[in-house]
Design a protein around this ligand. Structure first.
Ligand code: ADP
Length: 453
């Protein structure tokens, strides 16, 4: 009873049963009532006809004619005198009919009427028609109509209705099979698929089953399996990349600190080693910083405390931070800002956003290329646009670059020091400000990132 198809069929069955039973009872009763009514009316009409003829031409010959007329049909007739003595009868012996009547001298009918209407238990329905010849004899014409034909009709009706009942039960079984095939089985497969997913097995293959709700659900589960698989792969790659990223500077730190500690080396040489140690520890700090931000994104615990500050001085400070790295790569960094104005944002977070985007522009550009940072006001909002003429991003990758851990061409990104976190952090920070970030890019020609706060 736990299967949805069984439940649906059971509900359906009960509904159909109630509807069909009431409809059948109504039809059954109506058909039989109108058929018996017809029989009663015909019997009364025949009886009154005979009575009229008898009253008009009362004689033994007339009685014989009346009896003869009813001899071979499924009707019988009895003619009695006023005392109830049978004068003429179509049945021989007449006792065959008489036994269905009350004592004839007790019949006291003044007009045509049905004497017995019980067609179910009696072999005849009976009508009585009093006659009175003008100043002469009187009595009754009693008509008998066999109930066999009505009983036949009822038996036939019962059979047809029974057949309709059996057919609807068969139809219900077909519906059950249909529901089971198109509803229960796909649901069971989906249940099994989700169980597999929860155990970490993403090798799920659900059949395409149309565009209805079930089809959509199946499609969503299939997509979920794909997404989970991709996320797992990305996570593993990310962990490997992070471990790699951390191990390289750690190796340098370890090696160069040992060398720098040695006695007897020149001051200049020691300084070179210390520079390397400082540079590598800076890289590590940045990576750990990004990792911490990512963890905060996951916990939803980013805090943004907005304040008003002047744009020019703020941008100048940001540029100061990145200029040395741009100089190392012989790249130009141009700032386009016509007038000074106030920015309303979290300065620490905004710096993080711009540093991430400028760092990407630097990382994914060739030596000696140019990067532009435009800053301007647009309808009460501040727009920061960073344009580079570097490697660019392909159309296929573009929709995903803001996803966490997504890296275009993993090897390229890794060799350039990327870990796939920067842009997702940027997006979260921008959205925490109630702003938006957009990108346009052409592979091999460069990219433009636009932040609106
Ligand atoms: P990563 O730490 O790998 O740079 P990001 O989230 O910052 O991670 O960027 C995601 C991916 O988008 C990168 O792997 C890189 O390939 C691509 N990308 C980001 N910025 C640029 C850019 N300015 N030019 C070309 N590719 C970019």
């Amino acid at each position: 009873m736990n299967r949805i198809s069984t439940k649906l069929t059971a509900y359906f069955f009960v509904t159909v049963l109630i509807m069909e039973t009431s409809l059948m009872l109504y039809l059954h009763r109506n058909i039989i009532d109108s058929r018996t009514e017809e029989e009663f009316n015909r019997l009364l009409a025949n009886g009154s006809n005979h009575r009229d003829v008898l009253t008009a031409y009362y004689s033994e010959t007339t009685m014989k004619h009346i009896v003869l007329m009813e001899k071979d049909g499924d009707r019988e007739v009895l003619i009695t005198d006023a005392r109830g003595e049978i004068i003429s009868s179509s049945a021989e012996p007449e006792e065959r009919l008489k036994k269905y009547l009350p004592p004839l001298d007790t019949i006291n009918a003044t007009e045509d009427q049905i004497l017995y209407a019980d067609w179910k238990d009696m072999p005849y329905i009976i009508s009585v028609h009093p006659y009175q010849v003008a100043s002469g004899p009187s009595g009754y014409v009693i008509m008998f109509q066999s109930t066999t034909s009505i009983k036949h009709l009822v038996a036939k009706l019962n059979m047809h209705f029974g057949l309709a009942g059996v057919t609807s039960v068969a139809a219900l079984f077909i519906i059950y099979a249909f529901l089971s095939k198109f509803l229960t089985r796909p649901l069971i497969r989906m249940k099994e698929a989700t169980e597999k997913l929860s155990k970490g097995d993403f090798d799920v293959s659900l059949p395409v089953i149309g565009k209805d709700e079930l089809g959509e659900l199946s499609g969503s589960i299939q997509k979920l399996a794909g997404d989970l698989e991709r996320l797992t792969v990305e996570r593993n790659e990310f962990l490997a990349a992070t471990a790699h990223e951390l191990s390289t500077p750690l190796t340098y730190l370890n090696g160069y600190s040992k060398v720098a500690r040695r006695q007897g080396i020149q001051e200049e040489e020691r300084n070179r080693y210390l520079d390397i140690i400082a540079e590598e520890s800076e890289r590590m700090k940045e990576l750990v910083h990004n990792l911490l931000d990512l963890a905060k994104v996951d916990e939803n615990s980013f805090t943004v405390s907005k304040e008003s500050f002047l744009a020019r001085a703020f941008i100048r400070d940001v540029i100061k931070l990145v200029e040395p790295s741009f100089a190392v790569k012989k790249m130009g960094l141009e700032v386009v800002m016509d007038e000074d104005f106030k920015i309303y944002a979290d300065p620490v977070r905004l710096e993080q956003i711009l540093l991430n985007l400028l760092d990407n522009a630097l990382k994914y550009s060739n030596e000696a290329s140019a990067v532009t940072l435009e800053v301007y006001k647009k309808e009460e909002r501040t727009v920061f646009r960073i344009t580079d003429s570097g490697l660019g991003i392909s159309k296929q990758d573009l929709p995903f670059i803001f996803e966490r851990l997504y890296r275009v061409e993993k090897s390229r990104s890794r060799s350039l020091g990327g870990s796939g976190i920067g842009l997702s952090v940027v997006k979260e920070l921008v959205e925490a400000h109630g702003g938006s970030v957009e990108v346009t890019s052409q592979l091999g020609q460069g990219s433009t990132f636009t932040v609106t706060l």
